[in-house]
Design a protein around this ligand. Structure first.
Ligand code: GUN
Ligand code: ZN
Length: 435
């Protein structure tokens, strides 16, 4: 049965950093869905004529956006959200890593997996590149929960063999075996796999070589790690890899930087490294809340764009401040206002960074990230709570751009009514608001 949803619709089928008309808005819009795919998106009246037998659902007063794509978020870190007051290495030692050790208990991991996946769906996120846990058993329960959640998840076992807590270390041989086993069991069976060394600081050359081998042996899997986040981290990486010209060169030496790679943070970088990242067609996950919360620094977005580096958004739960991708967009905007040579981001650019840019970074742009015909019906239905400031703004806004800016400024999970992936509901707010 085909459906026709009537609401205000926003999406960015073209990159608004490159094209003046990147944003498409339909104030009285229609989104037609057939067999889990978008069969049309445009003005409601026109869609009504094109799909006369579709069942209409009138959601006027609400908003349909492509489901958000979070390109950097840690599954084991839900319960460390809000541990404020530290810089990266102290925060890891005092908050994040002790919590990650608890993931060796399968029941604990299952519980956290549920909290994590609900956190994504309840904030309108439909696709995520997820930093996993250090334990294969925790990844088994996570992949199983991810498949049943219906969300679009790419993730992998985190590997490290030094400098963390000893419980979190594996030998390169164990890393090879455990990754190979997980890839064979789960990759492309409802989830996708990403080879995931935590960061160069906690990886020996032998371990990075194992990652290289895995990437070569499994050409469909992706790669994720951290880079250039914090001054002390960068100094330590320089000490550990004295032969490397910079942090990026460590990953380059093992062929880990390509169009399959998403590198998180990249706050402190050079024009030379940016040119190389652009040439590799690698993506950077920009995590503004985390960068501010951990005092990591101001992200040089203008220089990334100028160098042609692909950038998308990540919440970096739990170094970040929550699952909300709209909030993450707002933080990107606010911090660019303060950054030297910061870009004044438009609402269209924020929407692109939170949706299509992420789909491009994950190689999923033909499948999700906007409402072009044929895409999977992955979307979030937002509705301002009654008598909320967001409702007052959206009811009276003079333009659609103003409405979109207000959604980024004011809409949190309380405004998410429904989240769908492949046309199927993955979240519905319990306390339903009309209609
Ligand atoms: N670098 C290595 N591990 C982490 C982590 O868990 N969070 C962040 N923000 N950076 C890291
Ligand atoms: Zn991270």
């Amino acid at each position: 049965m085909s459906e026709l949803l009537r609401a205000t619709i926003f999406h960015t089928p073209r990159n608004p950093f490159l094209s003046a008309d990147g944003l498409e808005v339909f104030s009285d819009g229609g989104l037609a869905i057939e067999a889990g795919r978008v069969s049309g998106c445009g003005e409601f009246d026109e869609l009504r004529r094109r799909f006369p037998s579709a069942q209409v659902r009138d959601l006027r007063g609400g908003f349909l956006l492509p489901g958000f794509v979070d390109t950097h978020v840690h599954y084991p870190q839900v319960r460390v959200l809000g541990a404020l007051g530290h810089q990266l290495l102290d925060w890891l030692n005092q908050s994040a890593l002790p919590e990650e050790v608890r993931m060796r208990d399968r029941d604990h991991a299952r519980c956290v997996a549920g909290e994590f996946l609900r956190g994504l769906a309840s904030h309108g996120t439909t696709t995520a590149l997820v930093f996993g846990a250090h334990f294969a058993s925790a990844m088994e329960v996570f992949f199983e929960a991810a498949v049943s959640s219906g969300l679009r998840i790419t993730s992998g076992l985190v590997v490290s063999d030094r400098m963390l807590l000893p419980e979190l270390h594996v030998s390169p041989q164990e890393a090879y075996q455990q990754n190979g086993d997980l890839i064979r069991r789960y990759h492309k069976r409802g989830v996708e796999y990403a080879v995931t060394p935590r960061f160069a600081l906690s990886a020996s050359e032998a371990l990075l070589e194992v990652c290289q081998t895995l990437m070569r042996e499994h050409p469909g899997v992706r790669f994720q790690t951290h880079i250039n986040e914090n001054a002390s981290e960068i100094a330590e990486v320089a000490r550990l890899f004295p032969w490397a010209e910079d942090y990026l060169a460590v990953y380059e030496k093992f062929d880990l930087v390509s169009d399959r790679s998403v590198l998180a943070h990249n706050v402190h970088t050079t024009d030379k490294a940016l040119a190389r990242l652009g040439a590799h067609k690698a993506s950077v996950a920009h995590c503004p809340s985390s960068n501010a919360s951990l005092g990591s620094g101001l992200f040089p977005l203008r220089r990334h764009i100028a160098a042609g580096v692909r950038v998308a958004l990540g919440t970096d739960v739990g170094g970040g401040t929550g699952f909300g991708m709209l909030k993450e967009g707002l933080q990107a905007y606010l911090l660019q206002r303060l950054a030297p040579e910061g870009l004044v981001l438009t609402p269209a650019q924020l929407l692109y960074l939170a949706t299509r840019a992420g789909a491009e970074a994950l190689g999923l742009a033909n499948e999700t990230g906007d409402f072009s015909e044929g895409r999977s019906a992955d979307f979030v239905y937002l509705r301002p709570p009654e008598r909320s400031p967001l409702e007052a703004v959206t009811r009276n806004a003079e333009s659609a751009q103003r409405v979109l800016a207000a959604l980024f400024t004011l809409a949190g999970s309380e405004s998410v009514v429904e989240t769908r992936v492949r046309g199927q509901q993955v979240y519905r707010a319990e306390e339903t608001r009309s209609p």
